[in-house]
Design a protein. Sequence first.
Length: 587
Amino acid sequence: MLKIISGRPICLDPFSAECFAIANDWIAQCFNSEKHSFCQKGHDGSIASFGTQAILPTRLIDVGPLDGSENPRLVLSNTIKDFGLVKYAALSHCWGGPSHWLTIEDSISTNTHYIVVEDSNRKETSIALTPLTTDTRNIEDRMRSIATSLLPATFGDAVTITRNLRLRYIWIDSLCIIQDSKEDWEYEAARMADVYKNSYVTIAAESASNSHEGILKKRHFEFDPIEIPFSSQGHNIHTSMYLRPVQDDWETSIMGARSKLCSRAWVLQESMLAPRTLHYGSQQMFWECRSFSHAEGDVTPIPPSPREREWSWSRNKRFLSDVATGIDQKGAVAVEDVLYMRWNSILENYSSRKMTNPSDAFPALAGLASEFNLRLHDQYVAGLWKLDLHRGLLWRVVEPETCKTTSQYRAPSWSWASKVGQISGIRDADYIVGNYRADIEAEVTLKSHADGSATLNPYGEVSMGVLKIRGRSISATHWPAFESKPWEYGFIQNPEDSEGFLFRGFDIGTEDAVAERHEKGRTLCLVQIATWAWGRNPKDEGAVHCLILESGDQGESTIYSRVGIVQMYSYPKDWVEQWKIGEFTVT
């Protein structure tokens, strides 16, 4: 049954043949239409067409014959006949877990997987829903067969969709990665870019908050269209008009309140790296590739040109396409600078998202980082790039009043990943490093395994990071009320009775942070990172950017921590040039 929406049909049942026909048509257009200029021409979706560097994921789920006559099972990819020609889907989904609770008395289906949790405060026992997983104890069973009755609804629907897209294989992270093996998990996380980049299509379960809610759920509309007779005697028209509420559009379903995926950190790289994504929303199905976006009904499309300056590169599968001319309309910005600015745009989006395990901050971004570095050929240092530290270090916290430091170490203080909260970075093509810049060196130590062996992922977790800066500096103790607000725009008076307009923001602007600083006797200083110029002219120096560094207890000045940022405009240049040259070690 179809519902007519603005002349476009929306299937009431996403399980219907009509709905799968629409999805298959979108895929066919992506591969065959010349209008898909940003999609890989001639690419048939198989691994062989990607070149010798592309390989299959280590494991896949074989969904069996398209008629569903056999149970799915886990398979090693290198055992598949003609594995170089294999086409597979990938699932992007919310795991659920501790944020989804049921009391033990609630009825649960036999294919619901959960952990029992005793809550002494609430005086009750609850269960936390979890996805079906593979571990060292059950992997042999998974490779023999995965009974359909075991599959949670989201996984079962993903298998159904895979079969109806005429595919034999699907990759599901919780089943294809051995969850109780740190080594296997880290190895697969390091290859996440290839998993999604080489997928035939990614299935995004937008409306499922856990693996048990399902994908192919009946669509819910506020009310059915209301028929209103319409006649025009002059034009001899006798028909009907239909009134209905506006359906959830692209922004609402994919990037807004209706999406359960858009707030999850892991999902960002899954969405950006996949060449094609089939989004299943609560009211309609959406399509996204590098060239077009479609929907069964209403949709806000991808802008036709990559030169749209307002288009967010963190929401665009073309984030690495057309780099040489992407936003370089005047031909004055280096390709590397374009990439670094796009990276900062991605960090703004990523840092606003949630993750169940705080230690995943770098692993969940590793796929995108490795993809960027295929172009940059730079060294990744705790979420920043070594050759772009004069820009990368100048991130600021958007809401310092609510920002927190991670309870367990995951990054040095000079990395955005040391904070839990959204950050903003420099990503303006008209804003470049001027004639002055401090000498900066950064080194990080990757986190090792329990047995002492080194991590396998250069973009993974870190155990330590050291930043060495040699540059102009001045004590902040001369400025009255410097810590009075978490952030502030306005004029600031320096010890020479000169003024400059500034933005000053602390990474964590709570009263507790200020009280602890005073109690421990820590002092603050400003260290200039660079002079920045407007209009791409390094002589037109329009701003000074500084880090606010905090000393150790009782003013100990061997090791510092970053605690904020200062940007000064219309500043007295002679005064800044008189700042003392100092050397700082920041951890």
